[in-house]
Write a protein that binds this ligand. Structure first.
Ligand code: GDP
Ligand code: MG
Length: 324
């Protein structure tokens, strides 16, 4: 471990927010030493409660996260917030809005907020989010709140990082709950119907109940439905209670480690895929990949044998490394 990383680590562990920001940037940007840093941090992680909040853009996720953070701060918990917004590079609006909203917390070192936009693949974003959550956890944050837009498989993966998943719906979404991806329904431990100051909350509730009767859960938990007006702070206590109730259910049933094991199973495979891909790339000489691609395009080689050959080459070079 470099001297720089050592200092960073000890400052981080003593709760210095600037060290936290540095460590997160290192991990987020894959700056030199990022993996070594994570290796050092890992033994200190695993203590934070992580809560994922997902829902359509504009559903009120950020407002809810903000209210929850305020609530938990009153109980003296330290908080890390990751706001993942795959849409914002195009609009910039969501992140800007979050920054403004969160400004009220800037004077409180007990709340650390990181907004993350997508860069490259959503799958990559999910992995980076996982690493950033680990940094917050290892830095001693009691709670890590992860906000993410629920639109596809990758967002489900981001939510999979959490111990508790809250799915946020709003009345009169134009479409029905039926059109919400079944996957989202299945990952919800708690449903929030936000914006119940608008008409139509009962209808959304009926639809959730209808879909719940079809969804099978193996853990004897029926996800409760909490109604909120996040912008006025209404229903926040009830939401915090629902989260606490689910956490104690998880603990009683020994489900925490089961869930973390399931999540790690997915993450380990993803990390392995990254690692192998990197090794595969390292076996190519400059321009070789495009040369090979050209050969396939011209039907001089078949891609199936080629991939087998490259995989063999990787094994070969790792065997050679081991012998050295
Ligand atoms: N009427 C109403 N507006 C809300 C409520 N909660 C949030 N909003 C507003 O909805 C907009 C989107 O909220 P935001 O938290 O940014 O949504 P996100 O995109 O899911 O993070 C903002 O203008 C909020 O002030 C609510 O309960 N009722
Ligand atoms: Mg938001």
């Amino acid at each position: 471990l470099s001297q720089q990383n050592k200092t960073l680590l000890s400052n981080l562990r003593s709760g210095d927010p600037r060290a936290l920001a540095r460590a997160i940037s290192t991990v987020e940007n894959h700056s030199p030493g990022w993996i070594d840093l994570l290796k050092e941090l890992f033994p200190h992680s695993g203590k934070a409660r992580t809560i994922g909040l997902t829902g359509a853009p504009g559903a009120g996720k950020s407002t809810l996260v903000d209210q929850l953070a305020t609530h938990y701060r009153k109980q003296k918990h330290t908080i890390g917030i990751i706001a993942v917004d795959p849409t914002s590079p195009y609009t910039g609006g969501a992140i800007l809005g979050d920054r403004i909203r969160m400004q009220q917390h800037f004077s409180d070192p007990g709340i650390y907020i990181r907004s993350m936009a997508t860069r490259g693949s959503l799958g990559g974003l999910a992995r980076t989010t996982a690493d950033v959550a680990l940094v917050l956890d290892a830095a001693g944050r009691d709670l890590v709140l992860i906000e993410t837009v629920g639109v596809g498989q990758d967002e489900i993966d981001i939510v999979r990082l959490a111990d508790v998943t809250v799915v946020i719906l709003v009345p009169g979404m134009g479409d029905d709950v039926q059109t919400i991806k079944a996957g989202i329904m299945e990952i919800a431990d708690i449903f929030v119907i936000n914006k119940v100051d608008h008409d139509g909350a009962e209808r959304v509730e009926r639809e959730i109940r209808g879909m719940q009767s079809l969804a099978m859960r193996t853990d004897q938990w029926t996800p409760p439905i909490v109604k909120t007006v996040a912008s006025e702070g209404r229903g926040i206590l009830e939401l915090a209670d629902a989260i606490a109730a689910y956490e104690s259910h998880q603990q009683k049933q020994g489900l925490v480690s089961q869930r973390r094991t399931q999540n790690w199973e997915v993450r380990l495979l993803e990390m392995l895929r990254d690692n192998l891909l990197q090794q595969a790339r390292a076996t190519f000489t400059d321009g070789e990949l495009s040369e090979l691609a050209a050969q396939v395009a011209e039907h001089k080689r078949d891609p199936y044998s080629l991939v087998e050959e490259i995989a063999g080459r990787m094994l070969q070079s790792s065997a050679e490394r081991r012998l050295k």
